[in-house]
Design a protein around this ligand. Sequence first.
Ligand code: S3P
Length: 166
Amino acid sequence: MIGFMGTGKTSVGEKLAVRLGRRFLDTDCEIEKTTGETVANIFARLGEKVFRAEENTLAKLLADKSNLVIATGGGMVLNPANVALLRKSGVLILLCAEPDIIYERVKRKKTRPLLAGGSLKENIVILIKEREKAYRAAADYCIDTSGQGVEQVVERIISVLGDRIK
Ligand code: S3P
């Protein structure tokens, strides 16, 4: 799963993994496990560059793995090297959603440093605009999760993937 924060990568990925009988992995959680720091702390104490380096290290590790469902952090595929690595063994499914819906989903969680400060709604709109092209270029499939329940999105992914997951 790739795409912007709040598009449902983790909740959809978890359910999809159960449906497919595969292991689920969330790249932010993996980075938190290996560094012993929260994502917010890595950004605050060490800076975004260090976090992006951790993402790249993890992408290298994941490139040879199979039978996983992976939820990536929203910035993972902004690095073309990570896209190439994840493509080696994976299908990249872009989840997207309307900015207003993303706002509703993320407004209570204060864990995303890139959305902190100023107007949350504006930050979402600006960042999506900046990233949209890169997300679409990285994606094998795009799925809009606006107004969709997790189960519906999972079913849609399974039907879109068809034989690729058999
Ligand atoms: C980020 C998204 C976050 C996390 C970090 C940076 C981004 O993950 O990796 O805060 O650059 O979009 P989620 O997409 O899971 O919120």
